[in-house]
Structures are given as C-alpha cells and as structure tokens.
Ligand binder design. Structure first.
Ligand SMILES: C[S@@+](CC[C@H](N)C(=O)[O-])C[C@H]1O[C@@H](n2cnc3c(N)ncnc32)[C@H](O)[C@@H]1O
Length: 266
C-alpha cells in the first residue's frame, strides 16, 4: 500500500510540475493558446495577435541576402534614427548581426552595440564576424525569451528589427527593455506592414501599427511618431516616459515627411 502511495505521489509530481512551471511563467489571462492560424504562427496569442515562431539560426544566410538593401534600405533606416558616436544601442534579436555591424560603425569606438539574441548560434556568427573584421564595440549577449539580460538604465536606444512579433513573452520583454533604457531613451520597432498585403512575408511575421500601439499602451512609453517611408516596414518610435514627460499626441502615421533626421538622436 505504501509503495502504491509513493508511486501515486511521484506520478502526481510528474504530471503537475509542468503545469506549475506554466502557471508561473504565464500570468492567467495574459496569453492564450489555440490553433495556429498561419504557417508562421506559434498558436500562442497576445492581445488578439498570434505570436510567430522564432526564426531558426539555420536561416542566418537569409538575413544577409543582398536584396535586403533594396527591400529594407538599412542606410535610410539608420539615418532616420540619427545615431551619434558614443551612444549605447541595444540591437534586440540581433540575428547574424546585419544591423549590429552597421550600428557599430555609427556609434564608433566610444559607443557600444549590445547585440542580444536567444540563440547562441546567432551570437557565435556575430563573434566570428567581429574577429574577422576586427570590430570591438559589439557586445554579444545571450538573453532568454523573457529577459534580454541588459543592465538597468544603460541604453540610449533599443532597436527591434523584425523581432518583436517573435517574442514568446512580449509583455515581459517590453518591461525589461524599458528598464534597460536611460530616462528619455528611445525604443524603435521596425516591423513588416501587415496592412499591406503586397509585402511578401508570412502573416504572423507582420504587424499593424495599430497592434504595436495597443501592445505598448500598458507600458510607460510615449509614442513619438511612426515613419512610413521604408518600402515594406513601419518604423514606430517610442520614448521612455519620465515623470516630466507630457502626454503629447504623437504625429500620426499619415505624416510621412521626408526629413527624418532628428527623430530619435540627441
Ligand atoms: C527574423 S530574425 C531578425 C534578426 C535581425 N534583427 C535582422 O533584422 O537581421 C529574429 C531574431 O530574433 C531572435 N529572438 C526571438 N525572440 C527573442 C527574444 N525574446 N530576445 C532576443 N532575441 C530574440 C531570434 O533568435 C532571431 O535571431
């Protein structure tokens, strides 16, 4: 009888342990799980949006495809952000470092790029490229899916290119990224436009501006503006609220002025 009770106890622990882990990781009601609606979808939903699957490191070559210059115009994007020498920029979901190396040139020897990814293999690619090209101002950081492992109040600009929609814990990641920002620092989302069906990307890997704004609304962020002059992507800029930040209305998405320099830099 005692032996039977012990077996029942062990079985109960084995069955309940994953549930306890799940409950701890996911506050009730924040996320829901359902049937994937898209080949790129994870089946996990946040505020009505299906979170996408994470792009595996096996696809690192795709991130370095030459067509990206035309599709994403990285030079134009970085100009919009007015990155200055000496700044600390966090490239979240850095992948193979497509943006990290471009950012490293902009921030110069006195600045730093914190290249965060959850896949060690991606960071290994970045390390190899750093060694080959003698780049020293990039710091690869292995984050977790809910924690970018960044020091508090240390970052001028958090750049999220084509990654936020992959976050398994978008709420928790956003909280952690805001903590890492210096007061008045900026957080920039570059996401494929879901409003535009001509953008040839799986649905779960695209986001509407409206959805990004809704998901940031619970956080201490002020929407500064949205820039729509890249071919396929929104550039949605937020500032970390300080006690002094007024709730100024952001410039609307339809304001697509050509003069973008000064949007973020200081
Ligand atoms: C589609 S790739 C984009 C890479 C890079 N930003 C670019 O534009 O070339 C997305 C990357 O984000 C990473 N990622 C997904 N969730 C993450 C998280 N919670 N924290 C950090 N990186 C994450 C993935 O491992 C992957 O390398």
């Amino acid at each position: 009888m005692k032996r039977l009770l012990r077996i029942v106890n062990v079985l109960a622990i084995l069955l309940l342990a994953p549930l306890v882990v799940l409950l701890r990781a996911e506050p009730p009601g924040r996320y829901t799980v359902g049937t994937p609606t898209d080949p790129g979808g994870s089946g996990k939903f946040y505020m009505g949006r299906e979170i996408s699957l994470v792009m595996g490191h096996q696809g690192a070559g795709w991130l370095e495809r030459p067509e990206r210059e035309k599709e994403e115009q990285p030079k134009k994007l970085l100009q919009m952000l007015s990155i200055k020498p000496g700044m600390v920029v966090a490239d979240i979901g850095a992948g193979s470092g497509y943006y990290s190396f471009r950012l490293a040139e902009k921030v110069g020897a006195k600045g730093k790029v914190l290249a965060v990814d959850i896949q060690k293999e991606m960071l290994d690619i970045i390390r190899q490229r750093m060694k080959k090209n003698k780049v020293e101002n990039i710091e690869p950081i292995l984050g977790t899916d809910a924690d970018p492992k960044l020091p508090a109040s240390s970052v001028d600009l958090v750049l999220l290119v084509d990654v936020y929609h992959e976050f398994a814990f978008p709420y928790e990641m956003t909280e952690a990224l805001i903590k890492a920002l210096k007061p008045g620092g900026h957080m920039v989302f570059v996401e494929f436009r879901r409003e535009d069906e001509k953008v040839p990307i799986l649905l779960a890997h695209k986001m509407t501006e409206k959805q990004v704004l809704a998901e940031m609304a619970p956080h201490p962020l002020q929407h500064v503006k949205t820039i729509e002059s890249l071919p396929w992507q929104h550039v949605i800029i937020f500032e970390k609220k300080t006690n002094k930040t007024e709730n100024k209305p952001a410039r609307s998405a339809s304001q697509r002025g050509p003069s973008l320099v000064g949007a973020v830099g200081r």
